[in-house]
Design a protein around this ligand. Structure first.
Ligand SMILES: Nc1ncnc2c1ncn2[C@@H]1O[C@H](COP(=O)(O)OP(=O)(O)OP(=O)(O)O)[C@@H](O)[C@H]1O
Ligand SMILES: [Mg+2]
Length: 423
């Protein structure tokens, strides 16, 4: 009898355990479903989860209405237009004399000319990083070579370090959806229109079964579950890069980067050259509404007071001091979709800067006056990238947002000029 009672109790105990386990699993899967639903609706409002993964989560927003290869280019007859801004005055980079002068003392005299522009002597010390000729040659080579290896080394698992048959490397970005690949690609071409050469050269490639380029790594692609036919971007891989902390004048506690900033006088030439590149970065990130760099740090300040002391997202530096603007997936398409949420941060960052590179400003002024940013970006993209039709272009709505941001930026530059050119 005792044995029967003991067995009965043991059975009851096991049943109780099983019920607890059942209820727990159900709760867990509901929580998981809830989380997925939540991240799927992030772009419609502010996230309540302010964890450090917020930005990755934002980038993970699925685009319900758009197929991965959707949004084909509309047929616009632009063949009679000429590209004037994307292919002009590039120099060969790697000038040793310039490198030595970068290390030298700051030249006496003005750091800023015509009120708001970095001085000519500073500009002369900073040649284009990837000249148009270099980028074009890289693109041709990258399209011609087979990929022989795909491995980790470019961040998330959806990015892979590719080795070409000639031993050179590139970062492949699969992108969560076509918007991200478009953001990466169109930001690259917009930078090119503006004469900003800090972005590594980029090509698109299609992972279709009949593409010889990917034959040698087909098993790896299957393992990564990359879908056949997807369009991915490849950017030149650069060695020996280090992180970059946001410079003091661009931190929220400072009064901004303006022409009469006394602090500028105490900077080394190398520091000034870095600041000069930061001003291009701020222009580009404002135009593309890219929140995944300085702006994301400002946002994170709400719960992480030391975030500005750490490296800035998606920004790297070569040993020579050239900044590399990588991972521009959040720009343009996604950035414009979540603009309501981020605009106050974008505006704050832009309004903190009143020194610019002359050439960038001239390009902005041109795009403002002609109001043809859509046409010129589309033309440059279409002429440079054979897969542009596959990947598609900005919607009319987003193209209008871009033009509007160019106009706002132009107004801000005029405001700075009005404020500082009389001094
Ligand atoms: N073009 C490049 N050349 C060299 N290294 C690169 C390049 N692009 C990316 N990397 C390396 O990969 C890292 C992550 O890059 P990226 O920001 O593009 O990916 P991610 O998936 O967003 O990663 P994370 O979430 O860590 O930012 C960089 O910090 C850098 O070390
Ligand atoms: Mg990144």
């Amino acid at each position: 009898m005792r044995a029967v009672t003991a067995n009965l109790f043991a059975l009851l105990f096991l049943c109780a355990l099983a019920s607890v386990f059942y209820v727990w699993s159900a709760l867990e899967s509901r929580l998981e479903r809830h989380k997925r639903r939540f991240s799927g609706s992030l772009h419609q409002g502010l996230p309540t989860d302010l964890s450090t993964k917020t930005f990755r989560a934002l980038l993970a927003v699925p685009v319900a209405q758009r197929p991965r290869l959707g949004g084909r280019l509309e047929a616009h007859n632009l063949t009679d237009q000429t590209v004037s801004a994307g292919s002009p005055d590039y120099h060969v980079n790697g000038d040793n004399k310039r490198s030595a002068r970068r290390e030298g003392p700051v030249k006496l005299g003005s750091l800023v000319e015509d009120g708001i522009f970095w001085s000519e002597w500073l500009e002369e010390l900073l040649p284009e990083q990837f000249t148009e000729e270099y980028a074009q040659a890289w693109r041709e080579r990258a399209r011609a070579h087979r990929v022989v290896k795909l491995e980790p080394g470019c961040g998330r698992i959806s990015n892979q370090l590719a080795t070409f048959a000639d031993g050179t490397k590139a970062c492949v970005r699969y992108g969560i959806n076509a918007d991200q690949v478009q953001g990466e690609t169109l930001t690259y071409y917009l930078a090119s229109l503006l004469g900003i050469t800090n972005l590594p050269p980029l090509i698109l490639s299609q992972l279709s079964g009949d593409s010889e380029q990917w034959d040698a790594v087909r098993a790896r692609i299957d393992g990564l579950q990359w879908s056949d036919g997807a369009v991915v971007s490849l950017t030149k891989w650069v060695s020996n890069l280090t992180g970059v902390v946001t410079p003091a004048p661009l931190r929220p506690e400072s009064n901004g980067l303006h022409p009469v900033l006394l602090e500028l006088r105490n900077k080394t030439t190398a520091e000034l050259l870095e600041l000069m590149q930061w001003t291009d970065l701020i222009v580009l990130d404002y135009l593309t509404a890219n929140f995944d760099r300085l702006v994301s740090n400002l946002f994170s300040l709400q719960w992480d007071s030391r975030v500005m002391e750490r490296d800035t997202n998606n920004l790297l530096k070569t040993p020579r001091g050239d900044l590399l603007f990588i991972d521009n997936e959040a720009g343009l398409v996604h950035g414009f979709r979540v603009l309501n949420m981020w605009e106050k941060y974008h505006s704050t960052v832009l309004s903190s800067v009143c020194v610019f590179r002359k050439r960038t400003t001239q390009r902005v002024a041109e795009l403002h006056k002609r109001r043809d940013s859509r046409k010129r970006l589309l033309e440059l993209y279409r002429d440079s990238e054979p897969l542009s039709l596959e990947l598609g272009f900005l919607s009319d709505e987003h193209a209008a947002v871009l033009q509007d941001r160019i106009d706002r930026l132009y107004k801000h530059i005029l405001h700075c000029r009005g404020k500082y050119s009389q001094l």
